[in-house]
Design a protein around this ligand. Structure first.
Ligand code: FMN
Ligand code: MN
Length: 469
């Protein structure tokens, strides 16, 4: 899969993409159709007739495990955990992108500079009633380059349409684009960036993935695909651009310039704040796009949407990889439910091998790079329980869990979007480590009830005689 068009063709063959030919307004109507369809686990949607525009909009690309499997090139029936397992298996086989010639890069079919730069040419949706405006960059990512090392980062940071050549940014503290921007600021230079809308959906999933610093999301995309991403040089920025992208916005961010941005209906199910905030923005210098480009957007909003599914996949897989890299024995599987956006809650199943082993896994989880940011609750269960089997996890929390074997951690790095914290005090979060295992060190353990196998056989042979179907 090279681009959004391959994704559309594959989904259409399997009947999991629906084309909407009726006219739809970009102002709330499109997003509400998408959100209501997502709540019914409906298909990906291609809006072909957006009021006042020729450009179609695609939404709901990543909302189901089935479509994540299609993107990952796996059988459609794969479960979220099987997809995560594959990520864990191949994600470290880094494969850098390959540069292609401009003539082989469809994203260069149209090049707009100077007065032709106008973001209002695209049918940018307004997603939720109290949003501060229209958001151009939702299912997109921003490319930037570290001025010291040349490390190329892909990060998904929402982008509000603030003017014909202005795009808002929200680089949360410590995110890779934020780290890079501060370096450019120290050099007294603006940071060159490119916003990519519409491409191989895997690149967006990686834009939202929390990979370690100095790892390029491009290299991990290559690892997962088993094929290098094709990139091409930017027109006005020295950055590698996905050659098959639909729309590319090139520009620069000046760390010392601000515009009012937000609020936005965020993935926590709440607006990001109560009003606008001064934030850095992209001063757009050039737009390139394919012929008949497709604008890709996503509803973000209340769980479960594309954001929650992609984060459950990439955050869960990354936590799993990082625990594996710590060489802790006995870890069976890791699951970060989409309902918690893959980040606030983690459930880990393990085979205990020594006293204190469950405690080790709990504290390790919040010490990984993934868990150290925003993870609030970790639950550890024994190996007979699948962490995605929530009724069984509830069982363990009822019959194996003890508060006295669990811990409250008072301080850790939080996300400023966590609505369980006051709006002006969201830098630091508490954490809860729940041990729902039977202690390894108990000499006498509760005896589980198993049915007598001979009696089971006998009863089964009499089943219809007993009047059952
Ligand atoms: C639709 C969507 C919107 C997002 N918006 C933002 C945002 O505005 N700011 C931000 O810091 N992270 C945002 N994120 C989360 C980042 O994409 C994620 O933390 C990612 O790791 C950032 O890339 P980096 O690790 O290379 O910094 C968003 C994720 C998604 C899926
Ligand atoms: Mn990164």
């Amino acid at each position: 899969m090279k681009d959004m068009r391959d994704f559309i063709a594959t989904c259409e063959e399997s009947g999991i993409l629906h084309r909407i030919k009726a006219e739809v307004d970009w102002d709330l109507e499109l997003s509400h159709i998408a959100k209501l369809n997502e709540e019914k686990s409906g298909p990906a949607l291609l809006f072909e007739n957006v009021k006042g525009y020729d450009t179609p909009v695609i939404t709901s690309v990543c909302t189901t495990a089935e479509r994540l499997a299609v993107i990952m090139g796996m059988p459609k029936e794969s479960t979220l955990v099987q997809i995560m397992e594959r990520w864990v298996e191949v994600g470290d086989n880094l494969l850098p992108p390959v540069e292609v010639d401009k003539s082989a890069a469809p994203c260069k079919q149209n090049i707009l500079t100077g007065d032709d730069v106008d973001l209002y040419k695209f049918p940018v949706p307004k997603w939720y009633p109290l949003d501060g405006g229209r958001f151009f960059g939702t299912a997109h990512f921003i490319i930037s380059k570290d001025p010291d090392t040349g490390w190329v980062n892909l990060g998904t940071y929402r982008s509000q349409l603030l003017g014909k050549d202005k795009l808002g940014t929200q680089f949360i503290k410590g995110k890779h684009a934020d780290i890079m921007l501060k370096k450019y600021q120290a050099l007294g230079k603006p940071m060159p960036v490119a916003s990519i809308v519409g491409c191989d959906p895997l690149l967006f999933i990686l834009g939202a993935a929390r990979l370690s610093a100095f790892t390029s999301e491009y290299d991990v995309a290559g690892a997962i695909r088993g094929q290098a991403v094709e990139v091409v040089a930017g027109e006005t920025v020295d950055l590698p651009i996905p050659a098959h992208a639909e729309i590319v916005v090139e520009g620069e961010v000046d760390a010392e310039k601000f515009m009012e941005e937000g609020p936005f209906g965020e993935y926590t199910g709440y607006y990001s704040g109560v009003g606008t905030d001064p934030r850095n923005f992209i001063d757009v210098k050039c737009i390139t796009h394919r012929d008949n480009p497709i604008l890709w957007g996503t509803t973000v909003g209340r769980a479960v949407t594309d954001t929650h599914m992609t984060m459950a996949l990439s955050y869960g897989a990354t936590l799993w990889q990082q625990l594996k890299a710590m060489k802790i024995p006995g870890i069976q599987s890791v699951y970060c439910p989409p309902e918690g956006s893959g980040r606030f809650l983690a459930i880990i199943s393990m085979k205990q091998m020594y006293p204190g082993h469950a405690d080790q896994v709990l504290t390790a989880a919040i010490s990984t790079e993934m868990g150290a940011y925003g993870l609030k609750t970790v639950i550890v269960v024994d190996e007979d329980i699948d962490p995605w089997d929530i009724p069984r996890v509830m069982y363990a929390l009822s019959f194996r869990f003890q508060p006295n074997r669990s811990q409250v951690i008072k301080r850790g790095r939080s996300t400023p979007l966590d609505p369980s914290l006051p709006i002006d005090a969201r830098d630091i979060t508490g954490r809860l480590l729940l041990d729902a295992t039977i202690p390894y060190d108990w000499k006498e353990k509760p005896i589980p009830i198993a049915l007598d196998p001979d009696v089971v056989k006998k009863v089964e042979s009499r089943w219809s005689e007993l009047g059952f179907e």
